[in-house]
Design a protein around this ligand. Structure first.
Ligand code: BTN
Length: 248
């Protein structure tokens, strides 16, 4: 199976504004660093392998060369929008792209994980730099079980380990960028309300036993401002950031 994310393979598949320019390296430290804020909105950096991939909360992100979609999109949201919501916006687009590729339903685990069958197949990282935001997506496509990190907080999966199908990454990336453009444009125009339907329907933590800051509670829902509502000892609390784990 021919499988490359080079410009010759991906550019003919691009249908929207995102991916122009399309910056590709076989290997780089992190695509988050390639998508420089001096570039215009819509620039996308992609590589086959990262030597220092970044995850949320100072963690790393790793994937063997040629197995994953690793991309960073440069965005310039209007000042009235809440940048933290972009992880969820990205999550909706990634979940849609995963569903399109697999015909399985994907869930969003607040605030930035995309899960299929309770395993994390993708993560989203939004990093602000001035008025620009670099939105990074790591989507596990063709890793075997042995190639996935064994130590992640949420058990990792790939599309391959989910359904046994090995896929070309270029069409998945092109589809993801088109979906991201659509979800981002709606959010840009009207905020999280505009994408809430896609989020609420895929809210993984709703109704689950969750662990927040050393306490156990019940996940209620991601609210319309992107916060996670949990119930702990009969009291409702809103979690704005951080990490929430769940009972498997
Ligand atoms: C997370 O779940 O912690 C977020 C992971 C985000 C990983 C992607 S891979 C492409 C881009 N470049 C990086 O260094 N990180 C993001």
């Amino acid at each position: 199976m021919a499988d490359a994310l080079t410009p010759e393979t991906v550019e003919p598949l691009l249908r929207g504004r995102l991916g122009r320019p399309y910056l590709y390296r076989d290997s780089c430290e992190s695509t988050q660093l390639l998508a420089e804020p001096s570039l215009g909105e819509g620039a996308v950096a992609v590589c086959d392998e990262q030597t220092a991939g970044r995850g949320r909360l100072g963690r790393g992100w790793s994937a063997p060369a040629g197995t994953a979609v690793l991309c960073s999109v440069l965005l310039r949201p209007p000042p009235e929008r809440v940048v933290a919501e972009l992880s969820l916006v990205g999550g909706v687009a990634v979940a849609e792209a995963v569903e399109n590729a697999t015909n399985l339903s994907a869930q969003i685990k607040w605030p930035n994980d995309v899960l299929v069958n309770r395993r994390k197949v993708a993560g989203v990282l939004a990093e602000a730099d001035g008025d620009a935001v670099v939105l990074g997506v790591g989507l596990n496509v063709n890793q075997s079980r042995e190639q996935l990190p064994a130590d992640s907080k949420v058990a990792a999966g790939s599309l391959l380990t989910t359904d046994g199908v090995r896929r070309e990454r270029a069409p998945i990336l092109a589809d993801l960028l088109l979906r991201l453009e659509d979800v981002y444009d709606r959010w840009r125009e009207s905020g999280l309300d505009a994408v809430y339907e896609g989020l609420g329907a895929r809210d993984f933590l709703r109704g689950r036993r969750v662990f927040v800051d050393g306490e156990t509670g019940l996940g209620i829902a991601v609210d319309r401002r992107g916060r996670l509502e949990v119930e702990i000892d009969g009291e409702r609390r809103l979690v704005e950031s951080g990490e929430v784990l769940f009972e498997r």
